[in-house]
Write a protein that binds this ligand. Structure first.
Ligand code: KG4
Ligand code: ZN
Length: 371
């Protein structure tokens, strides 16, 4: 069976066709995966502007879906179901996908499945690697979320922790902005950090408790917090920086944002690389430590990281290194399946469809949908 997935929760309009393989270990295969990114539109403003995002989704959705069907060499009559992201996300953006999916499902006479965006990120691991050894502990780390989930059995997700303030991706984006590196910040910091000294700038490691590893677990001690780290970078930059920094390397996404030209601090390229590397070391160490703590506590048989920040090269390398060291199987999505996409929504939709979950005709978007 083929399912069409639709994802419009933030600033990517995405559609994908995923096929059920009949193989229990590798249940799904991607037939097409199309993404219309709005990054160039939002970069001008230094972040996602919700109203611009929803308007652009309306412009793009029909073409993106057509393209996904064409790439899959499929027509509407070849589909067995539709899946759409119901939430969480920007409500105006979500509404475009949900309205489009409801109308198409009704017109084509197909069942519609409502998918939680983070369930999609978790299932991207299965789409990429096949079924994980369970129980698994999965870190979902993106621009909007930094949460740990226990997956005790396929299709069940139990939240173990979350961020108390900024998400890790949000911290990347904010630090990049204050360094004048443009939007989104994660890929730029990732790239610049490779040339930096990760011990050059002393930054605090976010710690919520000082729980003894042998003591009983404290409620919330697997939670994350990144706003203090972001503020520490800001303070360092204010203290050291003077004048204007104008990077001459435009980076992978074109020229840097033009905002705040005069307020940019003066740092050499190598100092910027040091700040990026030091910031990234603290973020990655924090994520990996909590993840492996949770895995130990819940006797996980495997570990995964999903979401936009799982594209980070240092996070990927450290996950693999720690997994090898502790003889723990570890899993990641491909770079294309790390950031927002509709293939993961289609996969999570197939999981729910097989569990008998079909959306009601009155389905509505839910910006704060819990998982
Ligand atoms: O999952 P995603 O595409 O959208 C949300 O659901 O939020 O994640 C986007 C986030 C952004 O904050 C972006 O800066 C971050 O993922 N990101 C990265 C990298 N690539 C994207 N963060 C660190 N390193 C990267 N290579
Ligand atoms: Zn996401």
């Amino acid at each position: 069976m083929l399912i069409l997935g639709i994802e419009t929760s933030c600033d990517e309009t995405a559609a994908a066709v995923v096929e059920e393989t009949g193989d229990g270990d590798r249940p799904w295969a991607i037939r097409s995966n199309v993404i219309a990114s709005q990054i160039p539109i939002h970069r001008e403003w230094g972040g996602v502007v919700p109203e611009l995002a929803s308007r652009q989704h309306i412009r793009d959705i029909c073409g993106v879906v057509e393209h996904a069907l064409q790439d899959a060499r499929a027509t509407w009559s070849d589909l067995g179901a539709l899946a759409v992201t119901q939430g969480p996300g920007l409500v105006g953006s979500l509404l475009v996908g949900v309205a489009f999916a409801k109308a198409s499902a009704a017109a084509a006479g197909l069942p519609l499945v409502a998918v939680h965006h983070l369930a999609g990120h978790i299932e991207s691991l299965v789409l990429q690697n096949g079924e994980l050894p369970l129980p698994a502990v999965v870190l979902v780390v993106s621009g909007g979320h930094t949460s740990l989930y226990l997956v005790p059995q396929a299709g069940r997700y139990e939240r173990l922790s979350r961020t108390r303030d900024d998400a890790a991706g949000e911290a990347y984006d904010k630090v990049a902005k204050l360094l004048g590196l443009g939007y989104p910040g994660g890929p730029v910091i990732d790239r610049l950090a490779r040339g930096g000294n990760d011990r050059a700038v002393a930054l605090p490691t976010p710690r919520l408790t000082h729980a003894d590893r042998n003591a009983p677990a404290l409620k919330g001690d697997l939670d994350f917090s990144f706003s203090g780290l972001k503020t520490a970078v800001l303070r360092y930059v204010r203290k050291k920086g003077t004048g204007v920094f104008l990077p001459d390397d435009p980076g992978p996404h074109g020229p840097p944002g033009r905002a705040q030209k005069d307020s940019r601090p003066l740092f050499t390229e190598s100092e910027i690389a040091d700040i990026c590397a030091s910031f990234q070391r603290v973020v990655v160490t924090t994520l990996i430590d909590r993840l492996f703590d949770a895995a130990r506590r819940y006797q996980a048989k495997s570990i995964g990281i999903a979401g936009g920040v799982s594209a980070n090269s240092r996070l990927r390398a450290e996950l693999q290194a720690h997994g090898l060291l502790r003889e723990m199987p570890t899993f990641l999505p491909s770079a294309a399946l790390s950031t927002d996409n509709a293939a993961m929504i289609a996969a999570a939709g197939l999981r729910k469809l097989r569990a008998g979950s079909i959306a009601p005709a009155g389905l509505n978007a839910d910006a704060a949908l819990p998982l």
